[in-house]
Design a binder for this molecule. Structure first.
Ligand code: NG1
Ligand code: ZN
Length: 552
């Protein structure tokens, strides 16, 4: 009874705004930040239930990533640091849309019963809260806290302003029973980075083609500020941060950030002719996306983009090489070959040239619908699973089982063959598993891995760009009255509804050499996205344009 009235009284403080329907999309709930108080309160309640149900700590992150500063959003992280299980999404939506406090409370009780959660019982819930730099973040965080505290015995721990991947990392670590502070995060990243740098082959002084200078666009968000802190712990890199939320006057994600750079193929604000030829990188607003770019020699308004697909390809090449070294040099047969299932996961947005390249490397490539939750789940099926979206969100996952074997092998080698090439390869693989965020894609750890791999290869940005030539592509957004009218299948590559649209797309695509085109409703914005690829830029542009007229 106490629980019932506590929940009801709290819920009354957060009435549902009129005429809004909330859906748990590709990245949780997203909307105008001022409309989200009830949603965030209710998500707080749900997070507490999730923690009770799993008997572990969960996370709740308040961010709208690359979206405009007025937007905000909320997503729940499961105990392993990944996105909340998809089974709970329908309930999340039902709770968010319950018309009044009374029906909300009824739903909570019936859902708890269904899930076997005893409310007001012995068990207590623990939720880590984080938010990005958005002005609505503070008020929303308070609402989330009240939601959590409306479940008897629940505790909310405020991690403050953090990147999305930091929060997910903290949740994961907490449940592993190890230290979770921001400082621990910085230490783990900088130590594993140092380890990789120390294991670079000596003498690759690379005729001066590697420039230690790196300029990073922080999207006027949380990532730039965190990188300023992290870089103090790094040796061998000369990082300059621009558009960091601290000193910049700029607005979050406005004319800056990984999404702006990747979708528009343009340089962010505060980059110009003075930077021609330099290695540049860009984060998105919550620092879970990373792309590289270079201001081009010919025209300082245009850039050479190094997107998530090329980051993925660089990582895959490096890791495959380490596995080969590790397994090859056991010439005396002292050690067993380390068997591993290696796989790569992409979405339909992956550039066709990257997919060809990865297959040529001999890797298995799987395709899933857009959204990290799908990619991550698929990648977790492998011993080493790589996933990246073209927009720069991705990571590398290692299976528990494989890491144990790898550690064992590394110990054996330290005993029998210390300092050998295979020993070094084992140490590199272990360092990567510590550097790269096992919970979600992370711009900070991704950046350090890119830098370490370039150093290892002795590669300049130019060498990396030449790994393969991107097929020209174009992405457009089309505003429509009802985006849910478009229904897709086959990892979003085919339209089922409205009737006739797929025929029109096929007809247009057929006119172009190496043409490929698909459309899908965005999960984060009220739009339909059109993607087109063809053998020339003009052709890709024109294919995207003509298909977008059919969507309209
Ligand atoms: P939507 O709006 O569903 O396309 C976008 C990105 C996703 C993912 C989410 C979450 C594209 C084409 N889509 O989703 O890849 O990153 O945002 O932030 O980049
Ligand atoms: Zn993001």
């Amino acid at each position: 009874a106490e629980q019932h009235s506590l929940l009801l009284n709290s819920a009354r403080l957060f009435p549902l705004p009129h005429g809004m329907i909330f859906s748990y999309g590709t990245a949780g709930f997203r909307a105008d930040g001022s409309k989200l108080l009830s949603t965030v309160f209710r998500a707080g309640v749900l997070a507490a239930l999730r923690s009770l149900r799993t008997g572990s700590t969960v996370g709740l992150m308040i961010t709208a990533s690359h979206n405009p500063i007025g937007d905000n959003g909320i997503k729940i992280a499961d105990p392993d640091g990944g996105m909340m299980t998809q089974d709970w999404e329908p309930s999340a939506e039902a709770l968010a849309n319950a018309p009044d406090p009374q029906s909300f409370v009824e739903l909570v009780f019936s859902f708890a019963k269904e899930e076997g959660i005893s409310l007001g019982g012995e068990r207590s819930a623990e939720i880590l809260l984080g938010r990005d730099t958005r002005p609505t973040g503070e008020a929303l965080l308070q609402a989330a806290k009240q939601g959590i505290e409306a479940i008897v015995g629940s505790v909310a721990l405020d991690m403050g302003v953090v990147t999305t991947p930091q929060l997910h990392w903290m949740v994961r670590r907490k449940n592993m029973g190890v230290r979770t502070s921001e400082n621990d995060y910085f230490m783990q990243l900088s130590e594993s980075f140092r380890c990789l740098m120390n294991l670079c082959p000596k003498g690759i002084e690379t005729n001066g083609s590697i420039d230690s200078r790196l300029i990073v666009d922080g999207a006027n968000g949380v990532g730039g500020d965190k990188l300023e802190q992290l870089k103090k712990l790094l040796l061998g890199l000369n990082i300059q941060v621009r558009n960091s939320s601290k000193h910049g006057q700029g607005i979050l994600n406005e004319g800056v950030g990984a999404d702006y750079v990747q979708k528009g193929r343009v340089s962010p604000c505060c980059f110009g002719p003075k930077d021609i030829g330099l290695r540049c990188a860009s984060f998105d607003g919550d620092a879970d996306r990373l792309v590289y770019f270079r201001i081009s020699e010919a025209n300082s308004n245009s850039i050479d983009l190094v997107d998530g697909d090329k980051i993925l390809s660089l990582f895959a090449l490096f890791m495959k090489e380490q596995l080969q070294i590790l397994n090859k040099s056991d010439s005396q047969g002292l050690n067993d070959v380390l068997i591993s299932r290696v796989g790569v996961v992409q979405t339909a947005y992956a550039n066709g040239a990257s997919t060809d390249y990865l297959k040529k490397l001999g890797l298995e490539v799987a395709v899933t619908p857009t959204g990290v939750k799908y990619l991550h789940k698929k990648a977790a099926e492998y011993d080493i699973g790589f996933y990246f979206e073209a927009n720069g969100h991705g990571t590398i996952l290692f299976s528990e089982d494989f890491l144990i074997k790898l550690q064992g092998k590394s110990n054996d080698l330290a005993f029998s063959n210390a300092g050998s090439e295979s020993h070094k390869a084992a140490l590199r693989l272990l360092a990567v598993s510590k550097l790269i965020n096992q919970a979600v894609g992370d711009a900070l750890s991704g950046l350090l891995l890119v830098e370490a791999v370039l150093q290892y290869m002795g590669w300049s940005l130019q060498n990396w760009i030449e790994l393969y030539d991107d097929l020209p592509s174009r992405q457009l957004k089309v505003k429509v009255a009802d985006r849910s009218a478009v229904i897709t299948t086959n990892a979003e590559t085919q339209v089922l509804q409205p009737y006739g649209l797929q025929e029109a797309i096929d007809f247009e695509t057929g006119k172009y050499h190496r043409g490929r085109c698909f459309v899908r409703p965005s999960g984060t914005e009220d739009i339909i996205r059109v993607y087109a690829e063809a053998s020339s830029q003009e052709a890709a542009d024109s294919l995207a344009r003509s298909v977008s007229h059919h969507v309209d």
